[in-house]
Design a protein around this ligand. Structure first.
Ligand code: PMT
Length: 400
């Protein structure tokens, strides 16, 4: 199986209208290109007062369009041809004037004409950016309501300090969040209505108030799965050991430290869970009696007595009302046999195996999926792409 870039094969027309936030659209264009999209930029005339077409041309590697009479389009039909094979027009920033013209169905510049002339397969997503009073004005409220009625997806605006110094709603949603909205828009909702519980990251077992036993898990694999599951329409709870990662949009996170904290958080949030994915690198052992005070240096050596931690996945999978359970196996060698053993001993429908040298702490991963039908190797890819492929496999098994 070959994981693919999130937006490969997608064509997005990025409309830029004349607001200060236009400079952020250059970053948005870069993120869309990085995610694999074919990005065509269309600027209004006023947008070019804020940022130049050359910036977008360099980022996307494509011509930038703004003039409906542009002779570069061989048949003189830029207003139609630019969206013919596009699946999305994203306007960011969309000024109050741009929104008003879209609501009226005007066609007096290239961007508004493209929106009017697009066919059904091309959605329209709008990220407003304007002064807070312009946003709150009844005329803008009416225009936005009309666009929403027409099936337009509105992203934002966000609230905060504005370029004019005032504070309120009217800031353009940040480029990373707009990318997330685009990715969500294109993700099939294969987990719609499902509740997914995921553990991620390392656990941390206290030796004394300043020392712990932990491991090198970064949490990236689990967080990538949480993000992919939200995009696929699931309600997601992430029980996370200590990590430095940002919380993916739409995910509910419960922070824990030790394996026993993680076990309690999982059990307290299991009700209603359809799918449990145990990605966390849970410490199998913890110090038998952690010291309440900092241990002082004295003898030349010291021993630490360790006791077994609860096996969270085994406990969940053994329940009469167990959700669909997915385990991970991180091995240094003999991946196939150890992963299969874990699948059998914990009676799991699916185990994701990875060598620690491939997956632990890294940005990408190389995994093999093990289920009743055998082994399914995936190609090495970013953890986001691997997560998508794992979730596609899970939703196929759920349907089966
Ligand atoms: O966090 P990253 O840096 O992105 O790295 C990802 C990863 C390598 C940690 C991840 O891909 C992975 O393999 N996670 C499982 C690591 C592990 O602890 O495997 P294990 O073979 O020890 O455990 C088997 C399964 O039982 C796992 O699903 C584990 O979550 C679960 N387990 C283990 C022990 C325990 N006490 N409770 C558990 O629930």
């Amino acid at each position: 199986m070959k994981p693919v870039s999130e937006l490969s094969g997608r064509t997005v027309v990025l409309g830029v209208s004349g607001g200060v936030a236009a400079y952020k659209s250059a970053e948005l264009a870069r993120l869309l290109v990085k995610a694999g999209a074919d990005v065509r930029v269309v600027m209004t005339e006023s947008a070019q007062h804020f940022v130049g077409p050359a910036t977008f041309q360099a980022i996307t590697g494509q011509a930038v369009w703004s003039d409906p009479w542009d002779a570069r389009m061989p048949n003189g039909m830029a207003h139609i041809d630019l969206t013919r094979d596009a699946q999305l027009i994203l306007i960011a920033p969309a000024t109050a004037d741009c929104i008003a013209r879209l609501a009226q169905g005007r066609a007096d510049d290239l961007l508004s004409t493209l929106c009017l002339a697009r066919d059904e397969g091309c959605a329209l997503m709008v990220a407003p950016a304007m002064n807070r009073q312009m946003w709150e004005h009844p005329a803008t409220r009416r225009n936005v309501a009309t666009l929403v009625d027409d099936g337009t997806y509105m992203e934002g605006p966000a609230a905060g300090e504005q370029a004019c110094g005032e504070v309120g709603a009217g800031r353009m949603v940040e480029p990373a969040d707009l990318l997330e909205a685009v990715l969500s828009h294109f993700t099939p909702k294969s987990l719609a209505g499902r509740q997914v519980l995921i553990t991620a990251g390392p656990t941390s077992e206290a030796i004394d108030p300043v020392r712990v036993i932990t491991n090198l898990s970064s949490g990236r694999m689990g967080y990538a799965l949480a993000q992919a599951a939200v995009r696929a329409g699931a309600r997601v709870t992430l029980v996370s050991g200590p990590t430095a990662l940002a919380l993916p949009r739409g995910v509910r996170r419960i922070d824990v430290a030790s394996a026993r904290d993680m076990r309690d958080a999982v059990m307290n949030n299991l009700s209603g869970t359809d799918v449990f994915v145990s990605v966390a690198a849970v410490a199998d052992y913890r110090p038998a009696s952690p010291s309440g005070r900092k241990i002082k240096k004295s003898a030349d050596s010291m021993s630490l007595e360790l006791v077994r931690n609860p096996d969270i996945l085994a406990e969940v999978a053994a329940r009469a009302d167990a959700p669909f359970c997915v385990g991970f196996a991180a091995e240094s060698h003999e991946l196939d046999s150890y992963a299969q053993d874990k699948r059998r001993s914990k009676r799991l429908p699916l185990v994701v195996g990875n060598l620690v040298s491939d997956g632990l702490g890294s940005e990408d991963n190389l995994v093999v999926l093990y289920d009743d039908e055998g082994r399914h190797p995936l190609e090495r890819a970013s953890k986001a792409a691997v997560a998508r492929a794992i979730l596609e496999h899970i939703s196929r098994l759920l349907k089966g």
